[in-house]
Ligand binder design. Structure first.
Ligand SMILES: Cc1cc2nc3c(=O)[nH]c(=O)nc-3n(C[C@H](O)[C@H](O)[C@H](O)COP(=O)(O)OP(=O)(O)OC[C@H]3O[C@@H](n4cnc5c(N)ncnc54)[C@H](O)[C@@H]3O)c2cc1C
Length: 422
């Protein structure tokens, strides 16, 4: 195999945009991807529709970035949402902007995005290889010298000389897409500090068994608060969903970053669910009183069927110790108040997250203090650049995480190309 200026480790969103950016500057670029195809994660992103980016205002966008928006500003300014939209359009992917400024391919197909970024990298001149697992970054006198990899089809090993490496191996979430955290070990060997990677944007597993078998039940217009050590640390309104790997849905997913952090610290974490957030406690009591007096409902079970989705009634009653057979005619004011209270406050203890297998993104990663924000080059190894989810940067749902990958990929690619020319 010939020698290259730049080897890019990982052909995901960050790696392919880095390859495009570096190759169009005239650098000789090789992309080494260990899976059987590039950008597997992009292909399943946004439930197969790929929420490419978010078209909200520059400062608004930046303010949503964890952990260090000021660091990300450099990469973001170099390649913004309009830039990825323009690039995709050039490769035949028209986009549409939906509610919440979320940008999707008009076709509704994430595969189109994955194909377009691969085409862009290849057409710019990058050589993209699949089934190539990078095992070592060769460094001499704190300078990049070579890269070693293994052909996963035939086991053959190879070493090539390079002037720069862009590490874009992703985090640990959805490991079946190829993101198995390889980059962390490579960076640690080169004396870089890794902030403990944790699952984020992830369903949460609750301890209460009553709610364990409610798969596929979706609740709309609920209010969910996250409590850490008994104190509310965030509240979200919207939907929640009982999944086979825990409780998800937009409310819980938005709260999951803080939950994951707290669980990691060994703190007590709970979800407080208000199933009737549109009503004040008094209004809810009045509503139940009206139902009780209407004569329409005979038992507590039928009364609750009118208040809750059918599937939720039994586990909810078991959890709150509400007798379903009790005659509505026997309901006292105290019974009605208790029912109203429980409907507005069900507290579920969270035992763990659904883990990396179910996490949309990994929080933590390469400590940003080792990286120059203006170039994304390591401060410890000359010629080593890092991009994408491997960095200690992450965002909420809504297209932020792919934009982090695109922007950091672009800046790393452009900076590496500039450096190898010098
Ligand atoms: C189910 C799901 C849905 C998502 N939906 C969205 C969405 O709609 N919008 C959004 O903004 N974000 C979404 N995300 C997050 C987003 O997809 C990721 O943040 C983004 O793809 C990260 O890009 P990356 O290039 O840094 O890493 P990855 O996409 O993880 O790519 C890393 C690549 O490196 C390769 N690799 C790893 N180790 C090696 C090695 N040793 N040698 C060679 N290759 C290696 C891997 O095989 C992989 O192809 C979603 C994530 C998931 C899991």
């Amino acid at each position: 195999m010939k020698d290259y200026d730049i080897a890019i480790v990982g052909g995901g969103a960050a790696g392919l945009i880095a390859a495009w950016a570096a190759a169009r500057e005239g650098a000789k670029v090789i992309v080494l991807e260990k899976m059987e195809k590039t950008a597997r994660k992009v292909r399943i992103s946004g439930k197969g529709r790929c929420n490419i980016t978010n078209a909200e205002r520059y400062d608004e966008f930046l303010s949503k970035i964890n952990t260090n928006p000021a660091f990300f500003r450099w990469a973001f300014s170099s390649f913004q949402p309009n830039d990825i939209i323009e690039l995709l359009e050039k490769y035949g992917v028209r986009t549409v902007t939906e509610r919440g400024n979320r940008v999707f391919p008009e076709s509704g197909k994430a595969w189109d995005v994955a194909t377009a970024i691969l085409d862009a990298a290849s057409e710019a001149g990058a050589d993209v290889h699949i089934f190539k697992e990078v095992t070592k970054i060769g460094v001499t006198d704190n300078k990049i010298k070579s890269i070693e990899f293994r052909d996963t089809e035939n086991g053959n090993q190879a070493v090539i000389t390079v002037k720069a490496v862009i590490l874009a191996t992703g985090g640990l979430s959805y490991p079946r897409t190829g993101s198995t955290g390889d980059g962390y070990g490579m960076l640690e060997k080169l004396n870089h500090h890794i902030i403990t990677p944790l699952p984020s944007l992830v369903p949460l597993k609750v301890k209460q068994f009553e709610f364990a078998k409610l798969q596929a039940l979706q609740l709309r217009n609920v209010e969910v608060s996250l409590e850490v050590e008994g104190t509310a640390v965030g509240t979200e309104f919207g939907e929640m969903e009982f999944l086979d790997n825990g409780i998800g849905g937009s409310t819980v997913i938005r709260l999951s970053r803080k939950a994951s952090e707290a669980l990691h610290k060994g703190q007590n974490v709970a979800l407080a669910i208000n199933l009737k957030p549109a009503l004040t406690p008094e209004q809810l009591v009045d509503r139940i009183k009206r139902d009780v007096r209407s004569g329409e409902f005979t038992t507590a079970e039928s009364l609750m069927m009118g208040l809750l989705p059918r599937k939720l009634v039994k586990p909810f009653a078991a959890f709150h110790k509400i007798g379903l057979k009790k005659e509505v005619a026997d309901y006292t004011d105290a019974d009605i108040s208790k029912l109203a209270r429980t409907l507005q406050s069900t507290r579920l203890n969270v035992g763990e997250t659904a883990g990396f297998d179910g996490a949309i993104v990994t929080m933590g990663g390469l400590s940003l203090k080792h990286i120059d924000a203006k170039t994304l080059q390591s401060k410890k190894v000359q010629g080593l650049f890092v991009a994408g989810e491997l960095l200690d940067l992450d965002g909420p749902t809504g297209g932020y995480n792919l934009q982090i990958a695109f922007s950091t990929g672009y800046l790393a690619g452009k900076s590496a190309a500039k450096q190898v020319k010098e």
